[in-house]
Design a protein around this ligand. Structure first.
Ligand SMILES: Nc1ncnc2c1ncn2[C@@H]1O[C@H](COP(=O)(O)OP(=O)(O)OP(=O)(O)O)[C@@H](O)[C@H]1O
Ligand SMILES: [Mg+2]
Length: 232
């Protein structure tokens, strides 16, 4: 059996007395691609946010590499578990600023290795001559790649992606997914991605976790879920 990266034990989340997640037990294998799918309002974003402590579970426990995530300093946890949001959040300044400033803040170091910058860009599918460009001038697809590159600056083990393709056209979305798949193959990154589109799950060829109404209704390999795609 492969190594476990993240594991949830009876995790529940209640907000304003509404049970959003109910008793979730889930294991994310290390170096694998996991795709979280399910209808709007199912609790996908809520679940993702618990994994790097952007939010806390109301019950149950989450482990990272066998350790309760509450026992890992939160900045350290977020360095190891990077997150890419649905809408890319970009700061003023150049692409280089966008990559190096959050990194410097997190590591308390002013020294950013030029090679790391170029590496992160190339892994995310951006050319290195983008470094001096104004980030606000980038297209939405390029901005989304920049947010992937920014997460990679921390050399994470896990990348959480919340519908990263939803603001992109079909072609650009597929290209981003191909980059994400390459990251998994080249770096052994564990990927946990939320999507509405089962077709995108097929490109990533991962394990599909179907969340409905705060409960996991099915976990299966992507090919099997295509046999029964009507129900998703
Ligand atoms: N603070 C809150 N108080 C009450 N309900 C909330 C709160 N935050 C989220 N919810 C509800 O929790 C449910 C799950 O929300 P969540 O954002 O996790 O869904 P999702 O599966 O990511 O949906 P989508 O596909 O639309 O992004 C929704 O019904 C939402 O309205
Ligand atoms: Mg969501």
């Amino acid at each position: 059996m492969n190594k476990t990266k993240i594991e949830l034990y009876n995790v529940g989340k209640t907000k304003n007395r509404i049970k959003i997640l109910k008793d979730i037990n889930l294991r994310f294998g290390s170096g694998k691609i996991h795709i979280l799918i399910g209808p709007s309002g199912a609790g996908k974003t809520t679940l993702l946010r618990l994994l790097n402590r952007m939010d806390e579970p109301s019950s149950g426990k989450i482990e990272y590499d066998g350790k309760d995530i509450k026992d890992i300093p939160v900045l350290e946890l977020r360095r190891r578990i990077g997150m890419v949001f649905q809408i890319p959040v970009i700061f003023d300044g150049t692409v280089k600023n966008n990559l190096s400033v959050p990194y410097s803040l997190r590591t308390n170091s002013n020294h950013v290795n030029e090679e790391d910058l170029i590496n992160a860009l190339e892994l995310s599918g951006l050319r290195n001559d983008f470094l001096e460009r104004r980030a606000s001038d980038l297209s939405v697809g390029e901005k989304q790649r920049l947010t992937v590159a920014r997460a990679l600056m921390n050399k994470p083990d896990v990348l959480l992606l919340d519908e990263p393709t939803s603001a992109l056209d079909h072609f650009t979305g597929i290209k981003l997914l191909e980059s994400i798949k390459k990251l998994n193959e080249a770096l052994g990154l564990t990927i946990i991605m939320v999507t509405h589109q089962l077709e995108y799950a097929r490109i990533l060829d991962g394990r599909v976790i179907n969340l409905v109404n705060g409960t996991i209704v099915r976990v299966e390999e992507v090919e099997d879920s295509f046999l029964d795609s009507e129900s998703i």
